[in-house]
Ligand binder design. Structure first.
Ligand SMILES: C[S@@+](CC[C@H](N)C(=O)[O-])C[C@H]1O[C@@H](n2cnc3c(N)ncnc32)[C@H](O)[C@@H]1O
Length: 307
């Protein structure tokens, strides 16, 4: 279990996807994997792949969508896996070799905003999952998607909507700002320090954060402005029973690649007494399974017009 802050030498994206997302806990890793497979399958349903197509999976990570697409369609599918993380591309390539599908795959290190090495009008379908959330220029990325798609080609994507987490962090900050100076409330400042370390907590910070400065309602507009048509959006809000009931896992995982895990926040920003107070309140809640998980995901499909 990792309890140290991220090493600047370590690739942030692979470290999160392969370790920090599930606190290196195999059991919780399987729970996360099953959830993300469900999201990937819904994206692939919207992609309407058929044999002989070329798919570009943008921000492919460890190949979650790419390999499930190959499983669905078989050897006739050609897949371009793009990512800004060279270690993740290498990892996905190793998995492709293990699965015996390397010859169907092309690995490209490039940003979603600049899909270098992919020709205009050369792919049939673009998929992406949890990538635009980290891209500052989402409109630019959608223009690139439009550029590389053949006329009549489709995008099918899903993005987490994390704006509500940021608004919640801001609401806690506002409570603190309005509290009388002699307030005896020990808990709210700790809660705020935790949330503010993981999400922007002011209007200004929210407006500057690629993660929080958009909502599901912006995605269709971005697609329309990039030249897409037949745009459909589904917002899924899933309130699930607590998926973490281990205090160690709760401490060790982080909600997104840019967020430090709670154990790092506690070590760096809390005194010993504050840590004890925090654990006294939160540990029983977590271990009793009383911290429901709320997932907000926006699925978007759209088509590049034929002419
Ligand atoms: C949350 S992970 C999702 C990975 C994969 N799509 C999945 O569904 O498991 C985010 C991925 O986006 C990649 N990424 C981050 N910023 C990117 C950018 N500007 N362009 C392309 N990929 C990016 C990261 O390297 C990482 O693989």
């Amino acid at each position: 279990m990792k309890s140290s802050p991220p090493d600047p030498q370590v690739d942030l994206w692979s470290d999160w996807l392969l370790h920090r997302r599930h606190a290196d806990d195999p059991e919780y890793g399987q729970v996360v994997r099953a959830m993300t497979e469900g999201y990937a399958d819904h994206v692939l349903d919207g992609a309407r792949l058929t044999s002989g197509m070329t798919l570009a999976d943008i921000g492919a990570g460890d190949g979650l969508i790419a390999f499930r697409a190959i499983d669905r369609i078989g050897p006739s599918l050609r897949v371009l896996l793009t990512d800004i993380s060279a270690p993740l591309l290498r990892h996905a390539e190793e998995l492709a070799i293990q699965r015996g599908v390397r010859q169907q795959c092309t690995f490209l290190e490039c940003s979603a905003e600049q899909l270098k090495g992919i020709d205009d009008a050369s792919v049939d379908v673009i998929t992406t999952r949890a990538v635009l959330a980290y891209v500052p220029d989402k409109r630019g990325a959608l223009r690139e998607f439009h550029r590389i798609l053949k006329p009549g080609g489709r995008i099918s994507l899903v993005e987490p909507i994390l704006r509500d987490e940021a608004l919640a962090a801001m609401a806690i900050k506002n409570i603190l700002d309005d509290a009388p100076p002699d307030s005896q409330d020990r808990f709210t400042p700790l809660l705020h320090r935790w949330k503010a370390a993981q999400f922007p907590d002011t209007e200004e910070k929210i407006s500057q954060s690629p993660l929080a400065n958009y909502s599901e309602r912006d995605l269709p507009r971005f697609a329309l402005d990039a030249g897409f048509t037949e745009i459909h959006l589904e917002l899924h809000i899933d309130v699930l029973p607590s998926i973490i009931t281990s205090w160690e896992v709760f401490l060790g995982c982080s909600p997104h690649p840019w967020a430090p895990p709670l154990n790092v926040i506690l070590a760096e920003q809390f005194t010993v007494e504050e840590r004890q107070c925090f654990e006294q309140i939160f540990r029983p809640v977590v271990e009793a399974g009383q911290s429901p998980s709320i997932e907000r995901n926006a699925y978007l499909t759209a088509k590049k017009p034929l002419a």
